[in-house]
Design a protein around this ligand. Structure first.
Ligand SMILES: CC(=O)N[C@H]1[C@@H](OP(=O)(O)OP(=O)(O)OC[C@H]2O[C@@H](n3ccc(=O)[nH]c3=O)[C@H](O)[C@@H]2O)O[C@H](CO)[C@H](O)[C@@H]1O
Ligand SMILES: [Mn+2]
Length: 288
């Protein structure tokens, strides 16, 4: 054990303005709720590898450059990161110099004429990637939306067995306002009287085994919906919310980890770490 210097834990909460713990005692990660020195000291000696999947199909390849360049500056700096870029346009993946211990692998995938299909197919592709390639090659995995950018530190404080992120637009709303799937015919159905948080589909994380179970379950539920000719209102995000309702994440990332460039910053947002960038939906998506 390396001896390190850091301030003594306080007996009170550094962030009285927001909950830093869920009802099931999973930490909610906010600026000033953790001590990075202590956290890095735990994870650095574990010699971990973090696999990171990014889908960039069709015109969405244009987001890769900013995402990857900003990730090199802010995301898991000092840790081994293996990016897996799923794209139908491998030649348009920007060439960039990665930091030490960081690698990028291009996974050729098919295009699609429906954005909904591209987004929801991520579940089965991540499931396959974990089963076929990652089990002996990584410890943790994150799946990130490509239409995003890092603006601030995102490090080992985000690691956990099963990690979900609180969607910026729904934070603080009552559960009946969440855009869960409300039709009982869908496997993603959540009644108005249930629900903890609204989780964003743009960030999923955790240990490989936990994320494998998540992606496999969601993929099977998506298959069932398809057989029943129903598509959940927010595709795989709806199924993710259903999954997290019954399989609670062990760590929750605050909206600092999934902000939106379009959104003004309330006082409780001390830092934006990762944010959805502006996009012209009509211009960039293959279909309305
Ligand atoms: C902030 C957030 O939580 N966003 C979620 C939300 O809308 P979004 O508007 O964020 O969805 P989106 O258009 O960004 O699509 C999700 C992701 O699919 C990929 N993609 C999509 C279309 C395409 O033509 N090419 C391509 O590569 C790309 O990685 C993109 O980031 O709902 C989606 C499901 O419907 C996903 O759950 C998104 O993660
Ligand atoms: Mn997005």
């Amino acid at each position: 054990m390396t001896k390190i210097t850091y301030t003594q834990p306080q007996v009170n909460n550094n962030r009285p303005d927001v909950a830093t713990m869920s009802q099931w005692l999973a930490p909610i990660v906010w600026e000033n709720s953790f001590d990075l020195t202590v956290i890095d000291n735990i994870y650095k000696q574990k010699n971990i590898t973090v696999a990171t999947t990014v889908f960039a199909v069709g015109k969405y390849v244009r987001f890769l450059k900013d995402l990857l360049e900003s990730a090199e500056q802010h995301f898991m700096v000092g840790y081994r990161v293996h990016y897996y870029i799923f794209t139908d346009l491998p030649h348009e993946v920007p060439v960039l110099t990665l930091g030490e211990g960081r690698r990028l692998k291009i996974m050729k995938t098919a295009g699609s004429s429906r954005w909904q299909e591209i987004s929801l197919r991520r579940m089965e592709m991540i499931e396959k990637l974990i089963e076929e390639e990652l089990l002996n090659n990584a410890d943790y995995i994150f799946s990130l939306d490509v239409d995003s950018k890092f603006y601030g530190h995102w490090g080992a404080e985000s690691l956990g067995d099963l990690v979900g992120v609180l969607h910026a637009w729904f934070f603080g709303l009552s559960r009946d306002q969440f855009t869960y799937e409300r039709r009982p015919e869908s496997q993603a159905y959540i009644p108005f009287s249930e629900g903890d948080y609204y989780y964003g589909g743009a960030v999923i994380g955790g240990r490989l085994a936990n994320v494998l179970k998540l992606t496999k379950t969601c993929r099977m539920q998506l298959d069932l919906d398809r057989a029943n000719k129903i598509e959940a209102v927010w595709q795989e995000e709806s199924h993710l919310n259903k999954y997290f309702l019954y399989n609670k994440p062990t760590k929750l990332l605050s909206p600092e980890y999934l902000w939106d460039d379009k959104k003004g910053k309330p006082d409780f947002i001390k830092i934006v770490r990762f944010s959805q960038v502006l996009k012209n939906y009509a211009e960039i998506r293959p279909n309305p």
